[in-house]
Design a protein around this ligand. Structure first.
Ligand code: PMP
Length: 295
């Protein structure tokens, strides 16, 4: 991985517990509950032309993720929205990324932490889209992960909780070490679930198929792209998809805040040819996120 400026050693501001503070001062103690017991939820958002795409949906998901982990954010969704706009403006971000996070603090140490403070911080950094549409159309290569998305009765799987990313990091590290870009994860039943930080779509005979998000994140980008496809009268089917069906799909792409719409050329033994539908939705997504500029 290319080394970048460490994330704790940057200029600018981070919004933390109600205040904008210098970026380097946004610290937690080593005895923070979240660090030991994963009592932390977060969001990943993108700024396009100075505006956060689907901001309120992300702020609402942060609150819902916290609720699923048994805690309540000390700020309303509207307050989180405002704090996000403030931190983006304070850092003069035009094209960038936003990382809100909420976590249990260091007032209690042990599995039980009923009285631990709930902290909230929002960081942001410059992050333009690096790849041209032409480069993206080559498609990325995915390995199939050995790790499975857990069943809803083993973990609060609809929460964007830090703990759910343990198997994502393991999967992505193995994929990268073996020359792939990312990994596709099956679920506990052996059905296709998602990539390590993005949802997956397939195309067959002009119809779009995507797994029902019943044990993994129903991405905000996923929903936006389904809307774009439907606006073009394309048929989108959400259903259980078996791995062996990948042999019959012609195109495949990922969706996510970071991935946007990224065509896939390879998943394990299966091959796809990024084509017209992927390109159309990639272009429609770019137009959607940049619509203010175009208007
Ligand atoms: N699945 C996982 C595991 C993710 O981390 C993400 C990124 N947040 C997604 C799906 C896509 O979600 P979104 O489109 O809301 O970014």
């Amino acid at each position: 991985m290319a080394a970048t400026q460490p994330f704790d050693d940057r200029d600018g501001f981070i919004w933390m517990n109600g205040q904008l503070i210098p970026h380097r001062d946004a610290k937690v103690h080593i005895l923070t509950h979240a660090l030991h017991y994963a009592s932390s939820v977060f969001e990943g958002e993108r700024v396009y032309d100075g505006e956060v795409f689907k901001l309120t949906e992300h702020s609402a998901r942060l609150a819902e993720s916290a609720r699923l982990l048994g805690f309540k954010l000390p700020y309303s969704v509207a307050e989180i929205d405002k704090a996000t706009r403030d931190v983006v403006a304070a850092n003069k971000i035009v094209d960038g990324y936003v990382r809100p996070i909420a976590w249990r603090g260091s007032e209690m140490m042990g599995v039980s932490a009923q009285a631990a403070r709930i902290n909230v911080a929002i960081a942001t950094w410059v992050w333009p889209s690096y790849f041209t549409p032409e480069a993206r159309m080559k498609g990325i290569r995915l390995q199939i992960s050995d790790w499975k998305r857990p069943s809803p009765e083993t973990i609060p799987c609809r929460s964007k909780a830090a703990g759910l990313y343990m198997i994502c990091t393991l999967s992505k590290h193995k994929a990268e070490a073996e020359g792939y870009d990312d990994a596709l994860m099956y679920d506990w039943r052996g059905l296709i679930a998602e990539a390590t930080g993005a949802n997956v779509f397939f195309i067959k005979d002009g119809t779009i198929h995507t797994p029902t998000p019943d044990c993994f994140l129903d991405g905000i980008t996923r929903r936006a792209v389904i809307g774009l496809a439907q606006a073009r009268q394309m048929k989108v089917i959400e259903r259980a998809i078996k791995p062996e069906e990948m042999a019959d799909f012609s195109e495949c792409f990922l969706t996510g805040t970071a991935a946007e719409v990224t065509p896939v050329s390879e998943i394990g033994q299966y091959r796809f040819t990024p084509g017209k539908i992927s390109k159309t939705l990639m272009d429609d997504f770019t137009a959607l996120v940049r619509r203010k500029k175009a208007a």
